[in-house]
Design a binder for this molecule. Structure first.
Ligand SMILES: CO[C@H](O)c1c[n+]2c([nH]1)[C@H](O)[C@@H](O)[C@H](O)[C@H]2CO
Length: 455
């Protein structure tokens, strides 16, 4: 059986708004998610990230749990509204000091800090000025990245500019199910462009600041399969892969937008007027992070209905694509379980950029956990999902794909965006009444798997 390289990175991942709480402490100012969560009807049960896992005050305990699990690295995100509270202008030293404490605590425990600079908590004043629909937000992001990189470069092992620009753009500005809750159809691709431009400008700014730490970006990639080899279904798969994957992979790795996607969405002219930005967007990076959860089988709609009727306003192009239920097992999110799809997306990126190091920066599953009378959480479903995807990572390594690490989503149960606290992804349970942490069966499994693979 293939073994993982000795330097393979085993980690866990979280994000600022989902775990920190302390949303008005030590100079932090509102983000778009503070605003969105307070908008009636947007988040399950009216949940907010006001307290979350209280990680702002309990980070030392959480890092100690990671050390006990034996992980090598911790991927967390820096909250822009803690560091530059208004989005531009004054820097909040208390915000930088907090993340320095988190990073130094990690290093004291032998855990490498991996930072994501933007995991969706955009300072509200920037949204008020146009958000990601505005080019100025890309420029503000680069300045925030430079500030943070300059302040923390001595304690951060790797930098990820953006988490999932697809979600920021398509869920935030088209489907409207994420902050800022806009439903602007194909104008959401303008947000995608400014997110990618912000990424490129930030890479340039951090490179200019010096330092050796690798720089990259994290994308949520969709393994896409056509329901049949009919022309209509193959066309649906092309569209889905285009809008879900190639709209981001191509400019980042090939320096060009996929012409078919721009034609599909009627945005060819808009992007042509900004072709000078492509050199910045394609600024060389040191790795790509891939968030993988599921594979999608798609077909052409027979009755013209939108692909996902649960979305109030579908994302661009979804009127021509239907996702098909293959009968595969699903997680509590309704996402089908296809570990082999992980290998497919790793191979897809490798084909575009041979040799570029790849990390699985998120992979995990939500299940309705039950706490036993002994206080334990025997989450066999999550353990099984985890095991299957770790074995998919092993397969990827065996095929020679440059997979360098795996980060389990998530260390802790946390605020699951529009689902609030109704969905638990953690390998460690959080009792939100008491803030007590309990390592689940899946966490014990991950600990034992890592120890065994490390030899
Ligand atoms: C469709 O799955 C996406 O790739 C995805 C799944 N997830 C994510 N992106 C986000 O990066 C996390 O903040 C979520 O908590 C996590 C679980 O929903």
């Amino acid at each position: 059986m293939t073994t993982f390289p000795a330097d393979f990175v085993w980690g866990t991942a979280t994000a600022s708004y989902q775990i920190e709480g302390a949303v008005a402490e030590d100079g932090r100012r509102p983000s778009t998610w503070d605003t969105f969560a307070r908008t009636p009807g947007k988040v399950w049960n009216g949940d907010t990230g006001d307290v979350a896992c209280d990680h702002y005050h309990r980070f030392a305990e959480d890092v100690a749990i990671m050390a006990d699990l034996g992980v090598d690295a911790y991927r967390f995100s820096v909250a822009w509204p803690r560091v530059v509270p208004e989005g531009t202008g004054a820097v909040n030293q208390a915000g930088l000091d907090f993340y320095r404490r988190v990073a130094e605590t990690c290093l004291e425990h032998g855990v490498q800090p991996y930072v994501t600079l933007y995991h969706w908590d955009l300072p509200q004043p920037l949204e008020d000025a146009g958000g990601w629909l505005s080019r100025s937000t890309a420029e503000a992001f680069a300045e925030y990245a430079r500030i943070t990189h300059e302040a923390l470069g001595d304690v951060i092992g790797s930098w990820i500019t953006l988490n999932e620009p697809w979600c920021s753009a398509l869920l935030g500005y088209a489907a409207g199910v994420h902050a800022p809750g806009q439903q602007l159809g194909t104008r959401s691709l303008e947000a995608a462009h400014h997110l990618l431009l912000g990424h490129g400008l930030a890479v340039q700014a951090m490179r200019a600041d010096g330092g050796e730490a690798p720089l990259g970006i994290t994308l949520n990639l969709h393994a896409v399969r056509a329901a049949s080899d009919s022309e209509a279904d193959l066309e649906a798969a092309r569209r889905y892969d285009g809008l879900g994957n190639r709209l981001f992979l191509d400019p980042l790795l090939r320096g060009a937008y996929p012409e078919d996607v721009l034609a599909d969405t009627g945005t060819t002219e808009w992007f042509a007027e900004r072709s000078d930005d492509l050199a910045t967007i394609a600024e060389p990076i040191d790795f790509i992070g891939i968030n993988y959860y599921s594979a999608h089988t798609v077909a052409a709609p027979e009755d013209g209905r939108f692909s996902d009727p649960s979305l109030p306003t579908p994302t661009p192009g979804s009127e021509r694509v239907v996702t098909v239920d293959t009968g595969a097992e699903k997680t509590q999110m309704g996402w089908e379980i296809h570990p082999d799809g992980l290998v497919d997306v790793l191979a897809q990126v490798h084909a575009l950029a041979p040799g570029l190091p790849l990390y699985v920066t998120e992979n995990g599953s939500a299940w309705p956990d039950e706490v036993g009378p002994d206080g334990r959480v025997e989450d066999e479903d999550r353990r099984r999902y985890l095991e299957a995807h770790l074995e998919a990572c092993r397969e990827a390594v065996a095929r020679g794909l440059p997979l360098k690490g795996y980060f389990c989503w998530s260390l802790l149960d946390n605020f699951e965006w529009a689902f609030g606290y109704d969905r638990r992804f953690g390998i460690v349970r959080v009792d939100y009444e008491t803030q007590q942490r309990t390592v689940k069966r899946s966490g014990e499994f991950y600990r034992d798997f890592v120890a065994r693979e490390r030899g």
